[in-house]
Design a protein around this ligand. Structure first.
Ligand code: ASP
Ligand code: MG
Length: 286
C-alpha cells in the first residue's frame, strides 16, 4: 500500500481512505453483541486487537521511533475502546455501538500514516468525524452533504499539496460530534464522498481482487473480469445488490461524474476494472 501511495503521490495530490484490517470490524460487531449478552471478555478482546496491530506494526521494524509512536496511539485507542465498553455495559445506546465499531479504522489510519512518514512522505492520519457530517441514525447514518462539503473544503485548503492525509473510512459524526458509522462496507462510500466533494480526477479502489467479475473469482475460476463498465450502469447494478459494495458507494461518483478504477494491491500490474461515466472520452483510460 505504502509503495503504491508513494508512486501515486509523486505525480498526483492523493487523499487516502482506509478501512479496518481484515476481520476487525466483524470482531467488534461480535464484541458488541457479546457485551449485550453479558458474555464479553474485554481483556481478551483488547489483547487480540493489540496482538493483531502490533503484528501489522512490524512493517515499521526498521523505523523504531515511528513504531513506538504508533504503539502509543494503539494503546490510546484501545484505552478509549475499553472506556466505551465500560459505559456501554450499562447503557446500550446505539451511539456506543458505532463508537466501538469505529475502532478498526482508528487503529489502521495512524499505522498507514506512520508507514508513509517512515518512507519520507509527509502524511498524517485524519479522523473522519471531523469531516463527514451525518444525522444520528447510528449503524447506517445519512450524510449531510452540504455540511460535509463545507468541512471538507476548509480542511483540504489547509493541507499542503505535498501532504498525504490518511482518512478513516466508514465513520462520520453527528453535528454535536458523536461518532456514527455509514453501514457495513462504508469505506467505499466515504472514499466516494471525498472524491466527489473534492472534485477528484479518479477514485482508485484498492482491494485484494483485481476488478469486478461476472461471478466471485475466488469461488468460480471461470469468472470473467469486466474491463470497463459504464458507471451509471454499475450504479444501478449496485443498488440491485449485484456488486456487493455499500449501497450508496457509487452515488456521489455518479452525481459528480468521477471514474472509478478498481484494482488489487496483490497484483497492481493488472489492469483492473474501470467504471466510466457515460460521457467519458475513451482516451482517458490508460
Ligand atoms: N470496516 C468496515 C466494515 O468492515 C468498513 C469497510 O470495510 O468498508 O464494514
Ligand atoms: Mg472492513
Amino acid at each position: 500500500m505504502a509503495e503504491l501511495i508513494a508512486q501515486a503521490s509523486a505525480t498526483h495530490q492523493v487523499v487516502v481512505v482506509v478501512s479496518a484490517a481484515s476481520g476487525v470490524t466483524n470482531e467488534l460487531v461480535a464484541a458488541w453483541e457479546a457485551l449485550q449478552q453479558g458474555t464479553l471478555d474485554v481483556a481478551t478482546l483488547l489483547a487480540q486487537l493489540r496482538r493483531r496491530h502490533r503484528l501489522l506494526a512490524q512493517v515499521l521494524r526498521e523505523h523504531p521511533a515511528s513504531r513506538r509512536g504508533y504503539l502509543v496511539t494503539l494503546e490510546g485507542t484501545l484505552a478509549r475502546l475499553a472506556r466505551v465498553l465500560e459505559i456501554a455495559r450499562y447503557d446500550a445506546d446505539p451511539a456506543w455501538r458505532d463508537e466501538v465499531l469505529a475502532t478498526g479504522e482508528r487503529l489502521m489510519a495512524p499505522l498507514l500514516a506512520a508507514l508513509l512518514r517512515a518512507r519520507g512522505l509527509k502524511a498524517f492520519a485524519q479522523d473522519a468525524t471531523a469531516l463527514i457530517c451525518t444525522d444520528a441514525q447510528y449503524g447506517e447514518a445519512n450524510v449531510r452533504l452540504e455540511a460535509t462539503r463545507e468541512r471538507l473544503h476548509r480542511w483540504f485548503a489547509s493541507i499542503g499539496r505535498q501532504v498525504v492525509p490518511v482518512v478513516t473510512g466508514f465513520i462520520g459524526a453527528t453535528p454535536d460530534g458523536r461518532t456514527t458509522t455509514l453501514g457495513r462496507g462504508g469505506s467505499d462510500y466515504s472514499a466516494a464522498l471525498l472524491a466527489a466533494l473534492l472534485g477528484a480526477e479518479v477514485l482508485e479502489r484498492w482491494t485484494d481482487v483485481d476488478g469486478l467479475y461476472t461471478k466471485d473469482p475466488r469461488k468460480y475460476p471461470n469468472a470473467c473480469r469486466y474491463q470497463t463498465l459504464v458507471l451509471e450502469e454499475a450504479w444501478a447494478w449496485n443498488h440491485a445488490g449485484r456488486l456487493g459494495m455499500h449501497r450508496k458507494a457509487l452515488d456521489p461518483l455518479v452525481a459528480a461524474g468521477i471514474p472509478v478504477h478498481i484494482r488489487s494491491t496483490m497484483t497492481p500490474e493488472r489492469p483492473g476494472t474501470w467504471l466510466l461515466p457515460a460521457d467519458t472520452p475513451q482516451t482517458l483510460v490508460g
